[in-house]
Design a binder for this molecule. Structure first.
Ligand SMILES: [Zn+2]
Length: 475
């Protein structure tokens, strides 16, 4: 018995997620993200996975055993949070075994916390393996299998209030972190889901399908809304002949793109004010929406993307064909697309100005945008929407940590917080693209140079791109 206990104890120590390595960043510029400022010439000491000390390089004594990382001319920021992503291995066409490689792609891009927006049992298992330190992975949050009115895979189909309540109870019991809502849910079914979620003490996040639920109802429920779903419809004038504009599944109807003639922009400040009053945390997934539907890439552009090589040849071809053949993609005029992007950006800026806490979400890996890489596109997209570089960094670090309830542990650079950090070669407050110019990433106190991370990327590209399996119906 004693012997067994000792073995178990050894295992527990080995499996602990915090790195035992002591590391010191020397002479580094720190962007702590408590407010807009740069602390020049700092020494940051990391012990047991936590920030043990931070202070002026002349004053902080370096522990003898510390591995030193020269931070001269470099900038330390908190790790990035992707609040909306998925894995290729969530689908039947990819084996679950590539999950850890997919997570490494995120870390290699500086993403140290993620929220998966459609839950599966495999994602719960990865969450647990990450927490135990068994895999090099971001800290993981998992929303439930989505509640939907129609069968779409990885879901609870809910068409009665009782089905909605059951879906919520099962999700809570299984250990999911949020209840995810998508589409085709009738209003009274949605209300039941929200009511049950309150009883079960679990938050509701996701879409606000304008055909059934609508933003007004989602505001009342204090739901955290993704994609600015339903917002274009809120801006329609009362005399508009159509009810649908360009949100959610309405996007796919070219007729709805004509609705911009009936948009009343003067509604934007009130919409922003009511958003912040209901739930200030908004995750517009703006890059994904803008660059998948608003701005079309040429095949040449797609092939040049650094994330293209990660997709299996067959998946690459499926998406390239989708872009070539899709009726919607080819019929919506460019000026309507440009107007849509402009309206979305006005909404994002207005919500921010009204006190909203914008968050970053890549909504990858569909449409040939891969997680990790997609986060940096999202930072640039929010910058283009009119946010300052500091506000963009807040959206990627501090704001999600506040929403997730982890800000006392992570999300800013302060003594005692978890050492999820990125070392950049340039100042992101000058140019947000600096997040793509990394010297390395520290994950839970363990340092990985970008050179090492690039090798991870090569391995992951190989593993993922060769892993596609034909989907066999019924399996
Ligand atoms: Zn999604």
């Amino acid at each position: 018995m004693k012997r067994l206990f000792a073995l178990m104890f050894t295992f527990a120590v080995l499996a602990s997620s915090a790195s035992a390595q002591t590391v010191a960043f020397t002479n580094v510029n720190v962007i702590p993200m408590d407010r807009e400022r740069v602390l020049a010439n700092q020494t940051v000491v990391i012990k047991n996975g936590l920030i043990a000390e931070i202070g002026d390089a002349k004053k902080v004594k370096l522990p003898k055993d510390a591995v030193r990382i020269d931070g001269a001319g470099k900038y330390l920021i908190p790790g990035l949070v992707d609040m909306h992503t998925h894995l290729l291995s969530d689908s039947d066409e990819f084996p679950d075994s590539i999950g850890p490689a997919e997570l490494r792609v995120m870390v290699a891009n500086g993403v140290t916390t993620v929220r998966f927006m459609i839950g599966t049992p495999e994602l719960l298992a990865l969450r647990s393996r990450s927490a135990k330190g068994e895999i090099e992975a971001p800290t993981i949050f998992v929303a439930s299998p989505h509640l939907t009115g129609r069968e779409q895979g990885n879901n609870f189909v809910v068409n009665t209030p009782e089905e909605a309540r059951e879906g919520v109870r099962k999700s809570k019991a299984a250990g999911y972190d949020f209840i995810k809502i998508t589409t085709f849910i009738k209003a009274e079914v949605y209300e039941a889901a929200v009511d049950e979620a309150a009883k079960q003490n679990i938050r509701v996040v996701g879409h606000a399908d304008s055909r059934f639920v609508g933003v007004e109802r989602a505001w009342k429920a204090k739901q955290q809304i993704e994609h600015l779903d339903g917002y274009m419809e809120l801006l329609l004038r009362d005399d508009a002949p159509m009810k649908g504009s360009v949100s959610d599944l309405y996007i796919y109807n070219p007729e709805n793109w004509k609705s911009f003639e009936y948009i009343d922009e003067s509604k934007i400040p009130e919409v922003a004010r009511r958003t912040v009053a209901a739930n200030p945390y908004v995750n517009p997934t703006h890059h994904f929406m803008k660059n998948s539907f608003g701005r079309l890439r040429t095949e040449e552009e797609i092939r040049k993307q650094p994330d293209f090589r990660f997709y299996p040849a067959k998946v690459q071809q499926q998406w390239l064909d989708f872009y070539k053949k899709n009726r919607f993609i080819n019929t919506v005029p460019l000026d309507q697309r440009a107007r849509w992007i402009q309206l979305r950006e006005k909404l994002i800026k207005a919500i921010y100005d009204a006190g909203g806490r914008i968050m970053t979400g890549s909504d990858t890996p569909e449409f040939l945008w891969l997680y990790g890489f997609g986060m940096h596109h999202e930072l640039k997209a929010l910058k283009d929407a009119g946010l300052s570089n500091y506000a963009v960094l807040e959206a990627a670090t501090r704001n999600p940590s506040m929403f997730l309830g982890t800000i006392d542990k992570v999300g800013t650079i302060e003594k005692g917080k978890r050492a999820d950090l990125i070392l950049l070669n340039a100042n992101p407050l000058d140019n947000i693209s600096a997040t793509e110019n990394r010297a390395g990433v520290m994950l839970k106190g363990k340092w990985h140079s970008q050179q090492e991370l690039n090798a991870w990327l090569d391995q992951a590209a190989q593993a993922i791109s060769t892993s596609f399996k034909e989907h066999k119906p019924g399996n």
